[in-house]
Ligand binder design. Structure first.
Ligand code: ADP
Ligand code: MG
Length: 235
């Protein structure tokens, strides 16, 4: 099986001088193509930091991080921007633009794909909104949508470019039980259909069953855990 994400001896630090503090410690992780991996762990343990590194949203300082076959350590900002074309990123808060309609927000997901004609962008975005059950709401502004609907727009925006990799940071945190469930089911179905790899951070125990594998971050150290099994360190 082809490895989608490979992490070796990855450290990360925040701050300068005396304030410099290590937040990730010698992480080691391999995720296969098509795998759905959930990362759990307490607040402040380093989950978002790892996700943003994998997403090419911050630079790798030490160790190795390969994403979709590309080494991110030493990559230029241009190379990272290029790499992000293959990613769909779903944030905890939906991060929609309030001044744009659902359709315009989803089209933003195609902004790195300048080769597409405007009509094609529009058609793809509408089809994606229909797939997430928002075909009737394409011209609504975020304020007129519920929390679950907004998060579904954010998912449509992340998936509209048919990414090879989906990174989701607590995508259900702001949702009620039913909307949260709907959102992960949707992500799972779309991922399986498009054959993409998913790395999802969550505190939400109710959605763990969508994962092929669960990993656990604690104080910047990654461990592996199975449901109902004791946490086991990776070393
Ligand atoms: P999690 O997502 O698991 O809650 P984070 O990755 O956001 O954890 O944070 C890990 C640690 O790094 C925390 O102690 C946090 O305060 C710190 N941190 C996160 N982002 C920054 C930043 N931009 N500058 C300085 N410290 C940060
Ligand atoms: Mg976080």
């Amino acid at each position: 099986m082809v490895i989608a994400i490979s992490v070796q001896k990855l450290d990360h630090y925040f701050g300068q001088g005396q304030l410099r503090r290590q937040v990730l410690f010698e992480l080691k992780l391999a995720i296969n193509t098509g795998e759905i991996v959930i990362m759990t762990g307490p607040s402040g343990s380093g989950k978002t930091t790892l996700l943003t590194l994998v997403g090419g949203l911050r630079s790798v300082q030490s160790g190795s991080l390969q994403v979709l076959g590309q080494e991110f350590r030493g990559a230029t900002p241009q190379q990272l921007t290029q790499a992000r074309k293959h990613h769909g990123y779903i944030f905890q808060a939906h991060n929609l633009h309030g001044s744009l309609t659902a359709l315009q927000n989803v089209k933003m997901g195609l902004e790195l794909h300048r080769e597409l004609a405007p009509a094609e962008m529009k058609a793809r975005s509408i089809a994606m909104l229909e797939q997430v059950g928002l075909g009737e709401h394409i011209n609504y502004y975020p304020d007129a949508l519920s929390g679950g609907q907004k998060q579904r727009v954010a998912i449509a925006r992340a998936l509209v470019n048919r990414p090879k990799l989906v990174l989701a940071d607590e995508p259900t945190a702001a949702l009620d039980r039913k909307s949260g469930r709907d959102v992960v089911n949707l992500m799972q179905a779309l991922a399986k259909e498009q054959g993409c790899t998913i790395l999802l951070v969550t505190h939400d125990n109710r959605i763990l069953d969508v994962a092929d594998r669960i990993i656990h971050m604690e104080d910047g150290i990654l461990g592996y855990c199975q449901l109902n099994q004791k946490l086991e360190s990776s070393y």
